[in-house]
Design a protein around this ligand. Structure first.
Ligand code: ADP
Length: 308
């Protein structure tokens, strides 16, 4: 097994190098292809080429992510995320893909339809990682669920964590298969995997990401009875609303005019104003702020040192 470990490490290293080499030419192909599809969008050949180049880039990126995580190079920064809103966003993306394949898609929250829930549900997570986890679950479910089947994306609260799950009415997985699922390059059944061009990387990445976020993953399944993949995430504290612009101005008049200019752009969400350095620092300590605009003279304070 020591020898196996060495081989596995070499394989990992090899893939790392390869995926770097692949990404550059792929990106260089994608840009002109995207341009071309703008001009000749009705040409099926371009659509197919573009779709598959994107897929290849996704795979390469997944491979890279995994290597980075594995090598401990990437540290996830956890912040409170409203899982209810997050799931709603994923559902938006996924609905049409399910419809195109004739698969019924259901979204639930604490056992009810998502629409009937409005309260946020906070977890401590990283958005990018959460997205990868959910999209891996969902795209697997879609891959393995036949026409006319059902997929449910849902979550519920248990104890001090929230369980996110994706259940499908696909072929299901044997107990033996389940033990290997989350390992790198594991493919439960060579034949189904070949038919679906799998890499056996997705779920290993999922496990790695979820554990990095302080959670756990698992699956409930039996052959012929579909599968339900889940990720448990630690509950988070409610997030303070994100301030898009913190405007720091000493004078009432300029405060009003700059504020009005920002509003008029129509593209900024929450704008908050402060008239002194202390007030501004108070906001910065309490809430996440996207952008600070400060006059260089604010009351007794100095805008530049505030920005620093
Ligand atoms: P990939 O799908 O790229 O092969 P994954 O790590 O995502 O890699 O999945 C590993 C294997 O687990 C798949 O090859 C497949 O055999 C099995 N699997 C994953 N999701 C499902 C599912 N929803 N239903 C049945 N089998 C699944």
């Amino acid at each position: 097994s020591a020898q196996l470990k060495v081989i596995d490490q070499e394989k990992t290293h090899f893939f790392q190098n390869i995926s770097h080499e692949l990404r550059t030419p792929l990106t260089l192909m994608l840009n002109p292809l995207e341009d071309a599809s703008g001009d000749y969008g009705q040409d099926e050949r371009i659509t197919v080429a573009l779709r598959n180049s994107k897929r290849l880039l996704r795979l390469v990126n997944q491979l890279l992510d995994f290597q980075k995580l594995d090598a401990g190079k990437k540290e996830l920064v956890l912040v409170p995320i409203d899982l209810r809103a997050f799931i709603e966003m994923c559902a938006d993306y996924f609905e049409s893909a399910c419809a195109a394949k004739g698969v019924n898609f259901l979204v639930s929250c604490d056992g009810q339809l998502l629409e009937s829930m409005t309260q946020p549900i906070w977890v401590n997570a990283e958005l990018d990682a959460l997205e990868k986890v959910t999209f891996n679950f969902l795209s697997n479910a879609l891959k393995y669920t036949p026409h006319g089947g059902d997929i449910e994306l849902g979550m519920f609260r248990v104890g001090d964590h929230v369980r996110l799950f994706v259940a499908d009415t696909g072929p299901g997985i044997s107990e033996e298969g389940q033990t290997k699922l989350f390992e790198v390059f594991s493919q439960v059944d060579e034949t189904t995997t070949r038919a679906h061009e799998g890499t056996g990387l997705g779920l290993a990445l999922v496990k790695s990401l979820v554990e990095e976020m302080g959670g756990q993953v698992g699956v409930e399944s039996a052959p012929g009875e579909g599968s339900s993949f889940w990720a448990d995430l630690p509950m988070g504290e409610a997030a303070k609303p994100l301030i898009d612009v913190l405007l720091v101005e000493g004078g009432e008049a300029s405060l009003a005019s700059v504020g009005a200019a920002i509003e008029a752009s129509g593209r900024v969400g929450l704008v908050v104003t402060a008239t002194s350095e202390e007030e501004a620092l108070g906001f910065l300590e309490e809430q996440p702020v996207r952008c600070v605009v400060a006059d260089h003279q604010i009351g007794g304070g100095d805008g530049l040192s505030l920005l620093e």
